[in-house]
Design a protein around this ligand. Sequence first.
Ligand code: GTP
Ligand code: MG
Length: 200
Amino acid sequence: MKITNVKLETVCGITSALPENKLPEIAFAGKSNVGKSSLINSLINRKSLARTSSQPGKTQTINFYNINDALYFVDLPGYGYAKTSVSVKEQWGKMVERYLMKSKMLKAVFLLIDIRHEPSQNDKNMYDWIIYHGFIPVIIVTKTDKLKRSQVAKHIAMIRKGIEAKEGTKIFPFSSLTKQGKDEILAYIEEVCGLAESSV
Ligand SMILES: Nc1nc2c(ncn2[C@@H]2O[C@H](COP(=O)(O)OP(=O)(O)OP(=O)(O)O)[C@@H](O)[C@H]2O)c(=O)[nH]1
Ligand SMILES: [Mg+2]
């Protein structure tokens, strides 16, 4: 898939109505600072259309990026940011859950987990939530450039075990620095959205 045309089309806050999109949607979930916005920027070949930050908690809204008028990338707010107040955390959780329940066009949810760390309870809850809502969970382990190559497989096994991944759960290693995994992730997105190579 060659991405030529991208625009941030809808930004939803806690009280906003969610858009009723007619195109397939792919959502990106995960802990704050795990690299969701960086992954989206890598996939769309932009340095900073999706806002990234070394400060966690940057993305506090649900952002819908229209990709080639063929699908949407949905950047979800990150969870687990310690400094966020309990009431705001609850509202974010509800917002994400409402989205998972309401979207009719959601085709896949990528759950991003930092390759260096054991999955947290929040990661596990998110993984279970994705399944509960009837979606196939796909894990992307991020920041692979932070490990020696020889360590990668061991850490992927640790994450698979820690999250109690169901048999067949796909795990893509990814780095926004080296772009490792980018082509595989794009190919998967095309497949689940039913986009033939020629149509996008
Ligand atoms: N080394 C390395 N750093 C990365 C990678 N991906 C993201 N980062 C860094 O991690 C930090 C957080 O990245 P973001 O993409 O903003 O993370 P996010 O998941 O969107 O965070 P929230 O919006 O807070 O939920 C930034 O400083 C990025 O530069 C990666 O693959 N490798
Ligand atoms: Mg972000």
